[in-house]
Design a protein around this ligand. Structure first.
Ligand code: CA2
Length: 147
């Protein structure tokens, strides 16, 4: 069975609790449950993880090699700053789909740059929690096409 890692980065643990006007009212636990059930519905397994720490995220990406077939990643603000995360993804050689709840291109200029896009299969942003379902679907299609 195809195994996916859904990795969320800094501050996403606060979803549904603060700034609902920007990020909505859905909690991270609800998004993770959505990921698990949508992967299951497509015959795959999703394992979810969140960290506020760049190094922990890097370790998790390293460990994904040989454990997971694909990564769905919302790196939060590290998206715009972390070359280390980008390097971790390219060295792990596990395909990754980038996801954001908000449309980062319609927001402040500093959110328009994503270092991780360079090593992503593609980016999905602006669709809220449904974007994770789209990312899982896109990843599974990518993996099936490659098999
Ligand atoms: O739109 C996204 O998913 C982001 O990755 C969210 C990040 C932001 O820095 C990126 O530019 C776009 C921020 C996540 C912060 O999440 C919060 C949730 C509730 C309350 C406060 C922050």
């Amino acid at each position: 069975m195809i195994s996916l890692l859904v990795l969320n980065g800094p501050n996403l643990n606060l979803l549904g609790q603060r700034q609902p006007e920007v990020y909505g009212t859905t909690t991270l636990a609800q998004i993770e449950a959505l990921c698990v059930s949508s992967a299951q519905g497509l015959g795959a397994k999703a394992t979810c993880m969140q960290s506020n720490h760049e190094g922990v995220m890097i370790d998790t990406i390293h460990e994904a090699r040989g454990t997971h077939d694909g990564i769905v990643l919302n790196a939060g603000a590290y998206t715009h700053t972390s070359i280390a995360l980008m390097d971790a993804i390219s060295s792990a050689e596990v395909p990754m789909v980038e996801v954001h709840l908000s449309n980062i291109h319609a927001r402040e200029e500093f959110r328009h740059t994503s270092h991780i896009s360079r090593v992503a299969i593609g980016q999905i942003c602006g669709f809220g929690p449904q974007g994770y379902v789209m990312a899982i679907d896109a990843m599974l299609e990518h993996l099936k096409a490659r098999a």
